[in-house]
Every structure is written in structure tokens, then in C-alpha cells.
Design a protein around this ligand. Structure first.
Ligand code: 5GP
Ligand code: MN
Length: 338
């Protein structure tokens, strides 16, 4: 497998790890499979190497990822601010995973950014904010942060075997971030998946927990979402809106709308999909595209967000009535109307 980073960078990592006893690994708000997979996989590995490890995320992860945190060790900042602050204070090293900047940790970001420990970034998004970190492992030429973590660990200690639990966690991030190997897949991604599989990754458990363990409410909400896809054929776009009223009616829990953003893309002739989820004080906007349509440009310019070329997100003001108008305005800048 190609080396993703220079030996020099990995040597620096080794130096830092050698002198770091207490390590805090942190990820983004509304953590997904890649975020929790990276925390769990890297966390287990570093513990095995003798480090004291604390895992933190700003807000809770969805129920379907609980299998990656069987002992409920992940600290959730919004519930345990004091414990996170203490762990940050005591840490020698902070590793930020699956974020391009501390700003993606939102309310937890300032605490991390202003803290004293040495800071390492491990991420696969564009435009990492390098000056926030002392050491940066960043590449967009990987499927996911979990793939990147694996490749760093392999370079660091090529002879150390990954355990079944570590492999399961890392493969979860690869499977979820690639939408089951459909997007952002590189030749090396399959090599990594193969090695994780050989290490005992439990693919059956991953698929059953992530894709076949839904609540009845989630299935019914999915039905609503499918019934209510709105099409903008001129823009080759389909979109879905879930208002607070609808979410309440279906007993929404975090993670229940996971993957819904992809539904419109399954319609013939649709190249862009948008998904709007009304939160307490804003509307979360998720964007996906096929081919050469850069949705990250509109996420950045119109929705105060960002992300990958074909998968990005942001937010807009809490006014559902404005959604279609805002969406058309944004789409008009990246899609030539015929
Ligand atoms: P999702 O729609 O799955 O929440 O997010 C899609 C992608 O957009 C994520 O993988 C992440 O890279 C990026 N993203 C999500 N929210 C934000 C945001 O608020 N700011 C930026 N810069 N990127 C985001
Ligand atoms: Mn990711």
C-alpha cells in the first residue's frame, strides 16, 4: 500500500506519542460513523499501546453507533462539560479526528483550541486549518478519517496487528462515509477494507447495527420522507424537508434521518439532492451530488458550511418557508439551466 504521509511526519508522530501519557481524542458536532469509528478504533489501539485515552464529542452520537462504545466511555460535552474540561486540562496530547478545524466542534471548539496540549489533526476534509495544530495528517485522497487513521497506524507500527474491535470500528467509518463503498472510494480503500476484514472486522455486526436495526418510528419517518420528495427538474434536483412538527409527530431521535439525503439521488435525472432538517434554532442543510457538481461551493457560500465536493452541509435561518427560494438561488450558481 502506498504511504499516505512522509516517513518524517510519522517519525514526528512517534516522538510525540512517546512522550504523551494522556491523550484526548475529539471529533465533530453530531458525530457520524466515521467520527465515532475513528475515536473508538484509534482509542482502543492507543490504549493497547499503554496510553490513557479519553474520547470526547460535542453532542451525542446516534443510538445505532452504541455498539462502538460498549462501555459508554465517550464523553459528550453538552452533558459533561466539567469532565471534558478536566480531561482537556490533564491531557498531554489532543488528537482532533474527522474535522478540518476546531470550529467543527462548535460549542466545544474554543475549549480545545485554547487548551495547552500538543495538537494533532487526523482528517480527510479539504482546507484544514493548519495553524490550529502542531502536527497535521490531512488528505482528501482517502475515503474517510478511519481509512486515514488506519494508514497512519500501519506506517507507525507495521508489525502490530489490529484487533477485531479496532478493525470493526475503523471499517464502520469506511462503510458509512462511502455510503457502502458507493462514493469517495479509492483503490487503497478496498485494500484497507480487506486488511480490516482479515483482522476480523465484524462486517455482519456493522451492517446489522448500522442499516438493519431501525426503530419503527425511523422506518415510518423514512416513508414520510420518500412520499414528500420535492423535485426541481430544471435544476436536476430533489429535496426533502423535515420540519419540527413532522419530527415530533414521528418521535424523532438523533440519527433517525441518517442517509435520507441520498434518497432523491436515486431518481432518474436527479443529480443533486438537498435535505433540510429543522433543529431548535436553525435548519440543517445537507447536500449531495453526482458527477461534476460542486455542492461544497454552495454549502460554503449560501449555507455557512462546507465539506466534500459531492457531500457537504451547512445551515440556514429557521424559516422553512424560505427553503425553496434559498435552494434555487444557490443552485443557480452551480447548475446551468437549460
Ligand atoms: P452531512 O450532510 O452528512 O451532515 O455532512 C456532509 C459533510 O459535510 C460532512 O462529511 C462534513 O464534511 C461536512 N459538513 C457538515 N456540516 C458542516 C459544517 O457545518 N461546516 C463544514 N465546513 N462542513 C460541514
Ligand atoms: Mn468523515
Amino acid at each position: 500500500m502506498k504511504n499516505l504521509f512522509s516517513n518524517n511526519l510519522v517519525a514526528k508522530w512517534n516522538e510525540v506519542l512517546m512522550r504523551s501519557k494522556r491523550i484526548l481524542i475529539a471529533t465533530h458536532i453530531n458525530p457520524d460513523g466515521d467520527a465515532i469509528g475513528a475515536l473508538a478504533g484509534l482509542g482502543l489501539y492507543l490504549k493497547r499501546m499503554g496510553h490513557h485515552v479519553t474520547l470526547v464529542c460535542p453532542t451525542p452520537y446516534p443510538d445505532f453507533l452504541e455498539f462502538l462504545d460498549p462501555n459508554k466511555e465517550v464523553l459528550v460535552y453538552v452533558f459533561e462539560q466539567q469532565a471534558v474540561a478536566e480531561a482537556t486540562e490533564q491531557a498531554d496530547l489532543i488528537i482532533a479526528a474527522d474535522v478540518s478545524s476546531f470550529s467543527r466542534m462548535e460549542m466545544m471548539g474554543p475549549l480545545m483550541k485554547q487548551s495547552k496540549p500538543f495538537k494533532i489533526l487526523m482528517d480527510h476534509h479539504m482546507d484544514p486549518v493548519r495553524n490550529e495544530f502542531d502536527l497535521v495528517f490531512s488528505s482528501t485522497q482517502v475515503s474517510s478519517s478511519c481509512e486515514l487513521v488506519y494508514r497512519v497506524l500501519k506506517m507507525w507500527k507495521p508489525h502490530v496487528k489490529i484487533t477485531q474491535e479496532e478493525a470493526t470500528a475503523l471499517l464502520t467509518g469506511i462503510i458509512t462515509d462511502t455510503n457502502q463503498f458507493a462514493n469517495s472510494v479509492f483503490p487503497e480503500t478496498f485494500l484497507v477494507a480487506s486488511e480490516l476484514n482479515a483482522a476480523g472486522a465484524n462486517t455482519e455486526e456493522i451492517f446489522s447495527k448500522v442499516y438493519r436495526d431501525f426503530s419503527a418510528n425511523r422506518m415510518r419517518l423514512m416513508g414520510y420522507a420518500l412520499q414528500n420528495i420535492k423535485l426541481l427538474p430544471k435544476y436536476k434536483t430533489g429535496y426533502i424537508v423535515l420540519t419540527r412538527e413532522i419530527l415530533d409527530a414521528y418521535g424523532y431521535r438523533i440519527g433517525d434521518a441518517e442517509g435520507f439525503v441520498n434518497f432523491p439521488l436515486a431518481i432518474k435525472g436527479i443529480s443533486v439532492s438537498a435535505f433540510f432538517l429543522q433543529r431548535e434554532d436553525h435548519i440543517k442543510v445537507s447536500l449531495r451530488s453526482q458527477g461534476s457538481i460542486a455542492v461544497n461551493e454552495i454549502a460554503k457560500k449560501f449555507f455557512n458550511g462546507g465539506g466534500h465536493y459531492n457531500a457537504s452541509a451547512g445551515k440556514m435561518e429557521d424559516v422553512p418557508e424560505k427553503i425553496e427560494e434559498r435552494l434555487k438561488e444557490a443552485l443557480g450558481t452551480i447548475i446551468a439551466l437549460t
